[in-house]
Design a protein around this ligand. Structure first.
Ligand SMILES: Nc1ncnc2c1ncn2[C@@H]1O[C@H](COP(=O)(O)OP(=O)(O)OP(=O)(O)O)[C@@H](O)[C@H]1O
Ligand SMILES: [Mg+2]
Length: 376
């Protein structure tokens, strides 16, 4: 069993002539036994600091970290039964793969036979059995990374911590190593906390994802819940690529319906009708400023739809057309808002051309522009 509970965790780094930098601002998070939790967020949001505090490599300013009900605030890193894999894993260059993996166990005075068994088992799990006698410089980046993971596995810790372990690998290697780590998680049944700023990694690997910003947690949820039900504009914009489109506007009541009217002083503002469900969510915002959020896949070329709803259709200009192969990203402009639609790869568009776009309004979100929270 290894359940990690973080309560009101704060980290302030002292500054010479100032109040200090508060990198983590009182976060609460529970990572369940055997869970794969991903911490994701932009650079500087406090991911590594949080992980280092769990590992015991960084002092806690205030708050509490427990592993299986035992508070570990004052437990030394080596006694926490945690293994951490860093981005810049340093393998010993003069040692073989075998010795690199065995080193930690030797230090801990494990019997030789035990060490051998664990190293060979880990090597087999990671596809390194053929490489045990090589030195690190004779390995590819991905293989070295796997040795670093192997070094953690042989210790059989209660909790694995990963800090951007794949960021030094090329795109293809990232994808395959990503899958390896996911398989490993299934096989070891261990609790893992994985830091990345790559939202694709977060979506594909996490049982749950914790989105951080400026030392705070913005939302913790399963990947698809995060995608489909973001709590705020930050999560909506961070998870998903290309990101969710946002439009500023006002809600108006028109002949029994609620419509979103774009704020647009330059061109004719567009209007779209809200579904009854969305109108109910926005009922206290009639005649007030609001933000409409639409994902790129929910903005479709009207001509390709069998029965487009005219009340959900807007006319906009094509700025750029980016063919991605399987689909095309259309960069569009309403006059004041630029946004992206994911359309069929077979459709052709000219820059400057006018195009009709139909919004899938039952997938749209409304946000309070002041709090940036989603309306529910
Ligand atoms: N030793 C330190 N002294 C002072 N400030 C620090 C120290 N380490 C980190 N910080 C600051 O704390 C904040 C959080 O840093 P942290 O390394 O946790 O970010 P991160 O989310 O891991 O970012 P990245 O994605 O770039 O690795 C940053 O503003 C950083 O500048
Ligand atoms: Mg970091």
């Amino acid at each position: 069993m290894a359940r990690v509970v973080i309560e009101n965790l704060v980290k302030t780094y002292p500054e010479k002539n100032g109040p200090g930098v508060t990198a983590v601002k009182g976060i609460n998070l529970t990572v369940e036994d055997r869970e794969f939790m991903v911490l994701v967020g932009p650079s500087g949001c406090g991911k590594s600091t949080t992980l280092r505090m769990i590992a015991g490599l960084e002092d806690i300013t205030s708050g509490k970290i427990s592993i299986d009900t035992k508070v570990v605030n004052n437990v030394l890193p080596k006694d926490r039964d945690i293994a951490m894999v860093f981005q810049n894993y340093a393998l010993y260059p003069h040692m073989t793969v075998y010795d690199n993996m065995a080193f930690g166990l030797k230090l801990r005075k494990f019997p030789k036979a035990d060490i051998d068994k664990r190293v060979r088992e880990a090597a087999q799990m990671l596809g390194l059995d053929e490489l045990l006698e090589r030195r690190p410089k004779a390995l590819s980046g991905g293989q070295r990374q796997r040795v670093a993971v192997g070094r953690a596995i042989v210790r059989r810790p209660k909790v694995f911590l990963f800090d951007e372990p794949l960021s030094n690998l090329d795109a293809k290697m990232r994808v395959s190593t990503r899958t390896d780590i996911s398989k490993l998680h299934a096989r070891l049944g261990a609790t893992m906390i994985y830091v990345t700023h790559d939202q694709v990694e977060a979506m594909t690997m996490g049982d749950r994802i914790c989105v951080m910003k400026d030392g705070n947690i913005m939302q913790v949820d399963e990947p698809l819940d995060l995608y489909n039900h973001p709590e705020n504009m930050f999560v909506a914009g961070f998870i998903g690529s290309p990101p969710m489109n946002f439009f500023k506007g006002t809600l108006k009541r028109e002949s029994g319906k609620v419509v979103f009217v774009e704020t647009n002083a330059k061109a004719a503002p567009f209007k779209v009708e809200l579904t009854d469900d969305l109108a109910a969510k926005g009922s206290s915002f009639i005649d007030k400023p609001i933000v409409l959020g639409i994902r790129p896949e929910d903005a479709q070329d009207t001509l390709t739809l069998s029965s487009p709803n005219p009340a959900h259709t807007i006319e906009v200009n094509v700025e750029v057309s980016e063919p991605m192969g399987a689909e095309t990203y259309l960069y569009l402009d309403t006059g004041v808002h630029s946004f992206i639609a994911r359309v069929r790869a077979t459709d052709r568009f000219d820059v400057g051309q006018k195009v009709q776009i139909t919004l899938t309004m039952d997938k749209a979100h409304l946000f309070d522009p002041k709090t940036e929270k989603v309306l529910k």
